[in-house]
Design a binder for this molecule. Sequence first.
Ligand code: MF3
Ligand code: CO
Ligand code: CO
Length: 269
Amino acid sequence: MAVTLRSPHEIELMRVAGKLAADVLIMIEPYVKAGVTTGELDDICQDYIENTQHAISACLGYHGYPKCVCISVNEEICHGIPGTRHLKNGDIVNIDVTVIKDNYYGDTSKMFIVGGHTVPINSRLVKTTQECLYAGLRTIYAGSNLMDIGASIQKIADREGFSIVRDYCGHGIGNVFHDEPTVLHYKNKDSLVLQEGMTFTVEPMINVGTWKTKVNKKNGWTVTTADKLGSAQYEHTIVVTKDGCEVLTIRPEEEEAGVISRILHNRPE
Ligand code: MF3
Ligand code: CO
Ligand code: CO
């Protein structure tokens, strides 16, 4: 199936939506503390998205999803439904935010370590997962292959002895939530040639133990690792440019850390 190429006007709308999604992650940071419930964090996000940003949560009501954001703790991989779970020091927590503004979507997630410290294996997992996202993003330019993303992520995960979730992927995004292409985060043979104006997410989910997943039977949503060991995820929405990509959901903390910038020049000389 053909992948939609976005016009400069559409990309401008996605810049706005991307910034709003990133802003939610920045706003929520000081509330991610021991004792808070994931449901309370969701309420704060919902109030901010609706009443401050005048935007819409793409998740609320999506295929019946009941909450505003996804909050996935420790062994939860993704689609954690906020509720009565109290966070405790050392928990590793992913908050995944997708907002819609003027019909365009921005989708991003990051990890929080409650209290700032966790066990060494989880801390290495979180670091590695972010490194996987950045490595994937650094392969992208008009003319590169989609499979370069997965290959670069696999190298890092293998080096660290972690596994990569295979059942959930990145996705095209624009004026719809989940579109072509499907972005695999592991070594694969998808030779799709990237073109300027393609917009999609890269969102590796990396596990300490097995890559195998389980969906919570009671709520139908929350995905956990089959072995209950830890999982981490980072996600950005990008647009492919001639020379690289533009990270539409970048946060200032990332640029300040000097690890990545909004505009990436990735094309080899
Ligand atoms: N934000 C998730 C993604 O990265 C999708 C969440 S769908 C929901 O694609 F319904 F669970 F919210
Ligand atoms: Co996504
Ligand atoms: Co997401």
